[in-house]
Design a protein around this ligand. Structure first.
Ligand code: MN
Length: 572
């Protein structure tokens, strides 16, 4: 654990950068003194590895310092305020964000995974927070074997369902793959053993095979005046291999990219030239040429892929890309972030003109689309009075459960959201361990603890500050003394389940069928993740009707929407 490893990883750090990192290094080392990891190593190894990773992703010095200090506020005697005094606002902000993310817990409900991912972005507010968190999780996954088995599974699942897709969405393919691979043996131990038994030899064999191919390509490229920056081979990851095998009836012979060759060249023109040369040397397998340069993947991934009948007639996959595409593919948003930073410095323009000239990296577009996607659904959800992000905040229970509230919500709203009795008996609240008044405005990431008192009754004055209609209704009821009469008399609702084909604006069209019929929707869940698994997305809508005739009418109207394939409903 030498600070030199970190400093040497940074591209031309300034004197100030080095000083900052040294102070953070010393502070963290001292703060964690005597603490041990579950692996029995000194605790400091964890912040050290996290910071090293962040440095390798070429984030800035404050991020590296924050990574070094990320567990100090949570696990040592030092508080976030002391860190703020010592290291300033920015670093304290980054650490605080990472700490908040650490409090979110995924409980394995698939449909909630996407919401949790969005929440993570919302709470972070700064992309660097997410990236530090990914580095933190990466190191924790590497030492997962040291923690109790029941925890392993939960953390592995959270990694697979939340953090790996998040990394993927941010274009950080390398981390996404690494996280998935680290989680795989804990989630699918049997399948992992099967793979180990059946594939190990094949891997080595194919790796040797790839080594035989390299000089042949190098020669062919040279004859065509192309100087590749790199030709290497990579073994397919366990987790993605397993997913692919499932699609091919576990038939290994169908997998052409168990070991794939990667050719990195200088320009986009060279990419296409290399593709032509390859196809000249070996015939391509029809239908296996993929041009992700012309049509990047949704997460911004760009590359050319082809499968050719290679040496000995073996189908072999090649990936062809520029160095820039390569860095983007591996490190995505982190790579971009580093370039953005570097762009302002002179060294950068001199050193790497290729990035400076480029107006926009592909992933920026992607992230923008993703944000648009979110805000579109925001518009939609807004019409249902469930607004995400802009007007929503996410507060957290001491157990790590996330409570979704409108902006301006108070501990009383929070209490009612947990349970109506908790709301009724709410006597006080702590936010981030400090007592607050009941009209205190909560913020995203706040950890809220409700203090209750038996036989306590809601006060009329609460109506002056609560934000949720749920809280308002309950308070009014309690004041009127009708609580006991009304309890258990929720109005009848119907839940519609629609199997749909995805389309932009589809949810809006569906919801307008309800609004035109003047029917109030109380809840919508849409699971477009299904699409990824080759199944049709499912939309569930609850509304306040129970009249059979009205329901039938609605079904007819909904069937008029082309993308709606199946409808069923039930009273709830
Ligand atoms: Mn940590």
């Amino acid at each position: 654990m030498d600070i030199k490893h970190i400093v040497n990883t940074l591209k031309s750090p300034s004197e100030n950068d080095i000083n900052l990192i040294r102070r953070a290094f010393d502070f963290s080392q001292k703060a964690h003194q005597g603490q041990k990891r579950k692996t029995n190593e000194p605790y400091f190894i964890h912040p050290f590895e996290t910071a090293l990773k962040v440095a390798q992703w070429r984030l800035d010095a404050p991020s590296v310092a924050a990574a070094l200090l990320h567990d100090v506020a949570e696990d040592t005697k030092y508080t976030i305020d002391e860190i703020k005094k010592e290291f300033g606002e920015e670093i304290a902000f980054l650490i605080d964000g990472v700490t908040k993310l650490g409090k979110l817990k995924y409980r394995g409900v698939k449909e909630k995974a996407e919401n949790l991912r969005k929440m993570i972005l919302a709470i972070s507010q700064d992309i660097r927070v997410v990236i530090i968190k990914l580095a933190d999780r990466l190191h924790n996954m590497k030492t997962l074997s040291a923690i109790p088995a029941n925890k392993q599974k939960r953390i592995a699942l959270e990694t697979e369902e939340i953090y790996a897709p998040l990394a993927y969405r941010l274009g950080m393919q390398m981390v996404a793959g690494e996280l998935e691979d680290l989680a795989f043996p804990y989630i699918h131990p049997e399948e992992y053993r099967w793979l180990l038994q059946n594939i190990k030899d094949q891997y080595e064999e194919r790796q040797q095979y790839a080594e035989r191919i390299k000089p042949i390509i190098a020669k062919a490229l040279k004859e065509n005046n192309i100087e590749p920056l790199k030709i290497d081979s990579r073994a397919k990851r366990w987790s993605s291999l397993y997913k692919k095998l499932l699609r091919y009836n576990m038939d290994l012979n169908q997998i052409y990219d168990l070991v794939a060759l990667r050719i990195i060249v200088e320009t986009v023109e060279d990419c296409y030239a290399v593709l032509g040369i390859l196809h000249h040397v070996w015939p391509p397998l029809p239908g296996r040429i993929k041009d992700y340069i012309a049509l990047p993947k949704p997460n911004g991934y760009r590359s050319l892929h082809t499968v050719v009948f290679c040496l000995d007639g073996k189908p072999t996959e090649f990936q062809i890309r520029t160095l820039e595409m390569h860095e983007e593919a591996e490190n995505g948003v982190a790579a971009h972030w580093a370039y953005q930073q570097a762009k302002s410095g002179e060294d950068y323009i001199k050193g790497r003109p290729i990035f400076a000239e480029k107006k926009e990296l592909a992933w920026v577009q992607q992230l923008r689309n993703w944000q648009k996607e979110i805000s579109d659904s925001q518009e939609f959800l807004g019409s249902l009075k469930v607004d995400f992000f802009k007007d929503r905040i996410f507060a957290i229970t001491p157990k790590g459960e996330v409570v979704d509230l409108p902006a301006g919500a108070t501990p009383v709203d929070f209490a009612y959201q947990i349970h109506s009795e908790v709301g009724d008996q709410c006597a006080g609240a702590k936010v981030n361990n400090k007592i607050v008044s009941l009209d205190h405005k909560l913020r995203s990431g706040d950890v809220v603890e409700v203090l209750t008192q038996k036989n306590k009754k809601p006060s009329e004055s609460w109506l002056g500050f609560v934000k949720t209609s749920m809280a308002k209704r309950r308070i009014r009821l309690a004041i009127k003394g009708k609580t006991s009469i009304m309890r258990g008399k929720e109005p009848a609702q119907t839940e519609f389940k629609l199997i749909v084909e995805d389309r932009v604006g589809l949810l809006k069209d569906i919801s307008s069928v309800f609004s035109r019929a003047h029917i109030n929707i109380t809840k919508t869940t849409a699971n477009f993740e299904e699409k990824k698994r080759g199944r049709f997305p499912v939309v569930k809508i609850r509304c306040l009707i129970s009249d059979k005739e009205k329901i039938e009418k609605l079904v007819l109207k909904l069937k008029e929407i082309k993308e709606v394939r199946e409808i069923s409903y039930k009273l709830v």
